[in-house]
Design a protein around this ligand. Structure first.
Ligand code: UD1
Ligand code: CA
Length: 454
């Protein structure tokens, strides 16, 4: 069955009081609109079209061209929004309709809605929710046999209809051809003078088609974001949900209220995450790791039994048994092997570091290839930038870099070679040799005594 997805995201979001399009505001590492896209991907929706309006260009730019877009110049209602994508809708198959500002919807819930839709051979199925506070939402009106009759908007509802606690979540699956047909019959004959997508349901019902609504098990899944307060609320629910998932799968999260993990992060069992950590993007952390207090990790792959203390790691790879921090900064394309020690105030960028190497303190390694079991003394600087170009440095296995060495790239320290402390190395240091590049010490004896006498 071919299922396409349409995501409505043309609204302005006035209550956000923002210069940025509402659907581009973030819940953790992803924009609001990315969550329904992921949920649609989960149920195998092959093609996705976003209805854009306010700040259309910004939204397109943020999401890229793997998705198609339809422009709704004026926001004349949810039905009008869907009409703008009429060319995207096929004559057969299914169309899933989602909102760009409803990030808590899950693929699992959409799957259940689809199964319900297909099993009952419905023309359209509405995702509803049973809530205690229905004000503001469209209500699902049913007859005495509990059959779906229509959806009535808050502003059009009678006093008794306002009592209904089953509300329209705004997400649907339609038989594509029937949706297309019903759209041609829509009018804006209502209090808000809008083209209501919800009216298509009544139109199809009147033609003898089957329409029904199925409540989401968790009513939170239909929560929309209209204000900064709701953004925080949704973020809170998302955090609990993601952290619960990891804890169920064997991860210790010391303080779940204060741990922020993005929805695409994978974490192995027996890993311990201390308070204040932010773990984002496509990060994978292996089993038995220790991620210490206030670490921030983004788009990185961390092997098993890695120990990280209060460090920032971006777009990097760390192999098993390696220790990082406290206060280390691994910038993009840092590739660390096994059983390495990266200590405090060490910055690494675009560099490969071999197994067993120690970089214990106060060191910068940029654009370098470092072998195995190399020891860096305190205060080493790889001088990778000459003001115009970046150059690479090579340090071979078992080398020993003395404290406060400057390595002026491009330069090589060969296997098992040493550099003397305080050296500025500009030429290759050959295998098994010592490179010294500093002025010899001269002692002026009794210099101080003479000075005092003057
Ligand atoms: C709609 C439903 C209502 C439901 C509620 C759930 C209709 C007529 N009503 O309410 O039954 O309970 O959602 O949240 O469908 N949008 C556009 N273009 C438009 C109008 C809206 O793209 O012209 C987008 C908005 O950006 C938003 C979504 O559609 O993402 C919902 O719009 P909103 O105005 O919040 O929904 P309502 O019409 O109030
Ligand atoms: Ca609304």
């Amino acid at each position: 069955m071919k299922t396409k997805a349409l995501i409505l995201a043309a609204g302005q979001g006035t209550r956000m009081k923002s210069n940025k399009a509402k659907v581009l505001h973030k819940v953790f590492d992803k924009a609001l609109v990315e969550y329904p896209i992921l949920a649609a991907n989960h149920i195998g929706a092959k093609e996705i079209c976003i209805i854009v309006g306010h700040q259309a260009e910004e939204v397109k730019k943020a999401l890229g061209d793997q998705i198609s877009y339809a422009l709704q110049k004026e926001q004349l209602g949810t039905g009008h929004a869907v009409m703008q994508a009429i060319d995207f809708i096929d004559d057969d198959g299914e169309v899933l309709i989602l909102y760009g500002d409803t990030p808590l919807i899950t693929g699992e819930t959409l799957e259940k809605m689809l199964t319900f839709h297909r099993t009952n051979k419905n023309a359209a199925t509405v995702l509803s929710a049973i809530v205690d506070e229905p004000t503001g939402y469209g209500r699902i009106v049913r007859n005495e046999n509990n059959e779906f009759i229509k959806i009535v908007e808050q502003k059009d509802a009678s006093t008794s209809e306002k009592e209904i606690r089953e509300i329209n979540g705004g997400m649907y699956v339609f038989e594509a051809g029937l949706l297309k047909y019903a759209l041609t019959k829509l009018t804006n004959n209502n209090v808000q003078k809008e083209y209501y997508l919800t009216d298509t349901l009544e139109i199809l019902l009147a033609q003898g088609h089957k329409i029904d609504a199925v409540p989401a098990e968790d009513a939170n899944e239909i929560l929309g974001v209209n204000s900064r307060e709701q953004l925080a609320e949704v973020t809170d629910i998302m955090r609990r949900r993601i952290n619960a998932y990891h804890m169920i799968n064997g991860v210790t999260i010391v303080d779940p209220a204060n741990t922020y993990i993005g929805s695409s992060v994978k974490i192995g069992k027996d890993t311990i995450i201390e308070p204040g950590c932010i773990i984002e993007g496509n990060t994978t952390i292996g089993e038995g790791c220790h991620i210490g207090f206030h670490s921030k990790i983004r788009n990185s792959v961390i092997g098993e039994h890695v120990d990280i203390e209060m460090s920032v790691i971006t777009d990097s790879f760390i192999d098993e048994g390696t220790h990082v921090g406290p206060f280390a900064y691994l910038r993009p394309h840092s590739h660390l092997g096994k059983n390495i020690k990266i200590g405090d105030f060490v910055e690494i960028k675009n560099a490969n570091i071999g197994d067993g190497t120690k970089v214990s303190h106060l060191t910068y390694i940029g654009d370098a290839d470092v072998g195995k079991n190399v020891n860096f003394g305190c205060g080493t600087v790889v001088v990778n930038y000459d003001g115009a170009k970046k150059h690479r440095t090579t340090i071979e296995d078992n080398a020993f870099i003395g404290c406060n060495t400057n390595l002026i790239a491009p330069v090589t320290v060969e296997e098992a070679a040493y550099t003397a402390a305080g050296s500025t190395i500009t030429k290759t240091v050959p295998k098994n040799s010592l490179g010294i590049a500093r002025a010899r010490q001269e002692n002026k004896e009794e210099w101080v005594t003479k000075k005092r006498k003057k």
